[in-house]
Design a protein around this ligand. Sequence first.
Ligand code: GLY
Length: 310
Amino acid sequence: MPTDPVLVVHGGAWAIPDDMVDGHLHGVRNAIAAGWRVLESGGAALDAVEESVVIMEDDEIFDAGRGSFLNRDGKVQLDALIMDGATLRAGGVGCVERLRNPVRAARKILSESSHVYFVGAGAEQFAVEHGSELCRNEDLVIAREVERLREYQQKAAESPAKDGNDLFAPTISHDTVGAVALDRTGNIAAATSTGGTLSKAPGRLGDSSLIGCGCYADNLSAAVSTTGWGEPIMKLVLAKWTADRVAAGNLPEWAAQEAMNYLQQRLHGHGGIIVLNAQGQFGISHNTPRMAWAFKTIKKEEAGVERSAP
Ligand code: GLY
């Protein structure tokens, strides 16, 4: 029996400044529109999450694609993962520097490779061999981020952190994007894409492109995408942890909130999460001051930058 489609997206969890709220809302609404076009015409959840994430990678407001936070050397280095809940097939890229849309390369890996994960130059080579064009890294760098990095590095030099954790303060970081979808055939999928954390060391990989950390999808449990400070999320394998709670019979709304509690209590981590099961139930939660989110069902469409606990 056909199911009613559902689409949920996020555009990063942090202290989104007031003057960036409208831009974030505009971005997540556009992402919903792109993914929904796929779902309403009977397309696959996998295609919907890809299209939603592409829109956010192309939107400079987010930390994904062009406009991402810069690494310590002033370069954009991107990570992305996409996963199909029907088959558990997945594709991921890490530390790519010359792809405008890493999620497209991840999708090609999912669909056309027996491997799951490519990094760096090998990922870019795979993408070219499968029809993507390379850009220059400079094409992904924008003036706002050059200035943000300069300011940050100047402050860090003036008062170095004792434990380095101020690098990940929610006021300056984490605009990773993601999407989860349920299609008319009852399949779910998830995708996550990021430029990672501000002033990260070259070669540093975050949670976003790691299966079960920043992204996960299984029709038998849930589709999950996380955003936030990647290191604690990785240590907790948080997306899979959350999906397992759904598989155990809990509602996605409860599991999303519980994941944020666990992240906070176990490792003082911060971030946000979207969770969707194959019955169309979903949860959105964050423990940062704000998170850009949006969802659409056949009955309702909403977007916001704050989501209170259920
Ligand atoms: N969650 C994004 C990152 O830490 O890379």
